[in-house]
Design a protein. Sequence first.
Length: 158
Amino acid sequence: MPSPRFFKFLAVEILAVVLIAAYVLIDAKDVYQWWVGETNFVSADPACDLHKSACDVTLSDGSLLRLDIEPKSIPLMKPLHFKVTTPNDLPTIEIKLFATNMNMGLHTINLTKTATGIFEGEGMLPTCIMGNMIWQTNVILNQNKHSLGAVFSFKTDK
């Protein structure tokens, strides 16, 4: 008959295996997304051209969000400067970029607060031999109780 000490060690080992499995199998971002809920996205006016000027969109909570990308030519394989202006007071804002007409990967850019309501960051788009890529930019404002977002689209040349 095994001793009580054996059962204690067995219980600790089982608990350790369960905790390690949970750590490996559960992604913290998924838990956070479950807690915050789905992001309420609003699409920007398709007539707005990020190659010419910044684009504005009114979020579902009524606040105004502005996205600007420099340089205006939005070149591939060169540094891009992203600037988001919003009245929402957050520590960071996240941008997710992906091509809609070909899988070019998901590119996440974390913007940091540079002034009240102004968030900036750098990123780069990959090049493609096909050219004429249509990119979707999702600006995501993760807040404590809900998440807001804006969708912008633009085209890049070869």
